[in-house]
Write a protein that binds this ligand. Sequence first.
Ligand code: IDP
Ligand code: MG
Length: 192
Amino acid sequence: MRQKRAEEAEAAEAVKRAKAGSSAGSGGRGRRSRKRGAGKGEVRKERTKRDGGVEMAKERTFLMIKPEAVERGHVGEIIARFERCGFRLVALRMEKLSREKAEKQYEEHRGKDFFESLVSYICSAPVVLFVVEGENAISAARKMVGATDPKKAAKGTIRADFGIDVQRNAIHAADSPEKAEREIKIHFGELL
Ligand code: IDP
Ligand code: MG
């Protein structure tokens, strides 16, 4: 129990660092509009507040709790971690993904040897799709999620705690502002 708390504290610390980190180059996308005067393709950085002199960008990111984590009853705890870290839940849905949506979600991996197996697995049972909002949400969420292989994921991360193997690794998190926007559009187009 005490060790669990220490691991969670370690992950929370990593999130704090991610939130405080410079957002330079992250191109965080805010709610709707483009920055006034920004050229086509440039995304708006919505500046929220200053923390120790570091400007922080408010972002939205897309997450998906994978079938085995839903089946094993980890949904509540996983979402609670995001809320405890200060992120606001802005959309949430449970869905058994169609093959079409799953292929679109994982388009970048088409052609890789694990693509077919990944798509069938993702469509095999319901997943939980959600969007959170907060400072540097995209990189902070990736830190909370941990490395792809749960065995290599840092202690206290979601994949280290709930993942089974490299495919059944509990959760997906968008890995860049462009992907966050793309994935939010696939699953929660009404938010854009
Ligand atoms: P990520 O989820 O950490 O961003 P990606 O390399 O983008 O990792 O892979 C997407 C998903 O594909 C992973 O989360 C995992 O479920 C699955 N995957 C990645 N590499 C392998 C593999 O070598 N074997 C089986 N599944 C894999
Ligand atoms: Mg990825």
